[in-house]
Write a protein that binds this ligand. Structure first.
Ligand code: C5P
Length: 228
């Protein structure tokens, strides 16, 4: 069977990772959550005092530290998905807090951060057989991807999903705070200068506001079957 590259982009908390992860498992592809990479850089910056009090980034200091940031993924058999490691430490939980979500967009808007992440992502997908989710996979990382999906859902639906997810994990969650964060990230992600979030011309749009997880997985599988 022919190996292809699958790019799944869309707004925050729209269920991209859920469908991408499930698909990769089903067809034996590598799964890469690029949001986890930007979140890991953010966690590093938070831990090393690289944010100013107003939430802006100490860009020069971060630039000097970039070579000290090593992000890797290791498959977690029990969880059935890859865990994210920052300099050898599993940060899978630490990168999902609202605090990290509130700091990530300005980090992801910095050109040298994006250049470093995109280079790594392209390296991981060199041999195809990969499902990658993010904001700029179909437009910048793999413009040649055989299948590009752009996922959308209303901000309220997405905030509700993230709220349920955090609650389920026993993590603190406030619906209004989450909704505000989702809306702010939508704005920053789609208005930044480098690789703003936008649908690639040849991407298929999927609005999953009213779809169950099983329905969206089936829909995605049908798209893949037409291309392999
Ligand atoms: O997908 P997730 O919500 O975990 O991504 C966290 C943040 O990382 C996004 O809000 C966005 O600012 C940034 N991001 C990005 N490009 C990607 C993936 C994520 O700018 N390819």
């Amino acid at each position: 069977m022919k190996k292809i590259t699958i790019a799944i982009d869309g707004f925050s908390s729209c269920g991209k990772s859920t469908m991408a992860k499930e698909l990769a498992k089903k067809i034996g592809y590598i799964y890469v959550d690029t949001g986890a990479m930007y979140r890991s850089v953010t966690l590093f910056a938070m831990r090393h005092g690289l944010f100013n009090a107003d939430g802006s980034v100490k860009t020069d200091a971060l630039k000097q530290q970039m070579s000290n940031i090593d992000i890797t993924f290791k498959f977690n058999e029990k969880a059935g998905r890859p865990d994210t490691y920052l300099n050898g430490e599993c940060v899978e939980e630490a990168i999902r807090t609202l605090d990290v979500s509130n700091h990530v967009s300005p980090i992801a808007a910095i050109p040298f951060v994006r250049a470093a992440m995109v280079a790594r992502q392209q390296g991981m997908g060199r041999n195809k057989g990969i499902v990658m989710d993010g904001r700029d996979i179909g437009t910048t990382v793999f413009p040649e991807a055989e299948l590009k999906v752009f996922v959308t859902a209303s901000a309220e639906v997405r905030a509700r999903r993230r709220y349920d997810e955090l609650k389920e994990k026993g993590m603190p969650a406030d619906f209004d705070d989450i909704l505000k964060n989702v809306q702010e990230r939508d704005y920053i992600d789609s208005h930044r200068e480098v690789s703003p979030l936008r649908k690639a011309a040849d991407a298929i749009e999927l609005d999953n506001s009213h779809m169950t997880i099983a329905e969206q997985n089936d829909w995605l599988m049908r798209q893949v079957e037409q291309r392999i």
